[in-house]
Design a protein around this ligand. Structure first.
Ligand code: NI
Length: 380
């Protein structure tokens, strides 16, 4: 039977991998999830907070728990060359949400077929995790009222850690994060007559460098923060100093007070550096992701559940500065987020790399972890 589940989940995962959809556009993925749930005879509601789907198994009692997976893909051109590589050009499941979705369906199968528990389990298939507010959208659409759950659990696959090893920390797992959009307004002109311009490209260069002083010189070295500018767009012509340059990136911190300090310093550095260069800068912060901070009791419960089914458990890894909007759930109800080792990251294929791939071998591991955690949470 476990073999059958592994084969089934692998097929589903590869189907999803072949048909990735960007955040807010997960219509096909949600339809696939609904189709499988219908085949499994598990009732569900769709269209929650966008393309969100919630399936529910009720077995009496008054205890309840939520299990969550994310469904969206990334705007990355896949380079794996796999037989089941993305058929949606420029879109790739480079974070393994295809695997998360398939393994949550697997947990639903395991719990459906397991008579040894009572209570209610809600399976939350969440859209728009990659910085597009899917968790908040589902909660704004009444997720926690319409599908009351005492606690919530979820996981992310983790390349570079031995396949199937489960990591669950007390406290911070992942950082609070926010996107930065900077627009620098100068005055356009001929590349050979810079004195008649205000050069936003040169200004952008200074801002790019100056922003690195925020973490280096404003944040306590013993507290973590990161500022990264990742896009820079200027003129098309090589002989025009343009009017406008835009820069976008993200910043993150594990502690809210550090996060607020970094935000304030970014604003000051950008505005004043632009002024010094004779330009004006507008700065926008958007789409905040809450830090994912595990609740101690639930983290312990999840570790015990993982160990009870024979999975190796680690707690010795530091948190990551990546963000994960599972943190929003943990602000509302207790729960815990785990990492499950995806095996070696061959050729440096970590998350969000064009060569990354979810390891199908951990599909049954993750499904069993989620099912065991739900049962433990329900007191089974
Ligand atoms: Ni992810």
């Amino acid at each position: 039977m476990p073999d059958l589940i592994a084969v089934t989940l692998t097929g589903w995962r590869r189907h999803l991998h072949r048909h990735p959809e960007l955040s807010l556009n997960e219509a096909g993925t949600a339809a696939f999830v609904c189709e499988k749930l219908a085949e499994l005879g598990i009732p569900f509601k769709s269209g929650i907070g966008g393309h969100g789907v919630v399936a529910t198994i009720r077995r009496g009692g008054n205890r309840s728990v939520g299990l969550r997976a994310d469904m969206d893909a990334l705007p990355i051109i896949e380079a794996t060359g796999l037989a089941y590589a993305s058929q949606n050009p420029g879109v790739m499941h480079a974070c393994g949400h295809d695997g998360h979705t398939a393994s949550l369906l697997g947990a639903a199968i395991l719990l459906r077929d397991d008579p040894a528990w009572t209570g209610t389990v809600h399976f939350v298939f969440q859209p728009a995790e990659e910085g597009f507010g899917g968790a908040r959208a589902m909660m704004a659409d009444g997720l926690l009222q319409r599908f009351p759950m005492e606690r919530i659990f979820g996981y992310h696959n983790w390349p570079g850690i031995e396949a199937g090893t489960v990591m669950i920390h007390d406290g911070p797992m992942m950082a609070q994060g926010e996107r930065i959009a900077i627009t620098i307004h100068g005055h356009a002109g001929h590349a050979a007559m810079p004195h008649l311009t205000a050069d936003p490209v040169l200004c952008a260069g200074h801002i790019l460098v100056a922003l690195q002083s925020v973490v280096a010189r404003n944040v306590n070295p013993l507290e973590a923060a990161v500022v990264s500018i990742c896009t820079l767009q200027a003129a098309e012509a090589e002989n025009q100093i343009p009017d406008v340059v835009t820069m976008r990136g993200t910043f993150r911190a594990l502690i809210p007070a550090v996060f607020d300090l970094v935000a304030e310093r970014i604003r000051t550095v950008v505005t004043n550096t632009a002024a010094a260069m004779g330009c004006q800068a507008e700065i926008g912060f958007e789409r905040t992701v809450a830090a994912t901070i595990n609740h101690k009791e639930e983290a312990e419960l999840a570790r015990r559940a993982a160990a009870s089914i024979g999975l190796p458990v680690r707690t010795d890894l530091p948190p990551t500065m990546a963000s994960e909007d599972f943190g929003w759930y943990l602000r509302e109800i207790p729960g815990a987020y785990a990492w499950i080792g995806n095996g070696p990251a061959a050729a440096g294929a970590f998350l969000h790399n064009q060569l990354y791939n979810f390891n199908d071998d951990i599909l049954p591991v993750a499904a069993n972890y989620l099912a065991a955690t739900a049962k433990a949470a329900l007191g089974g």
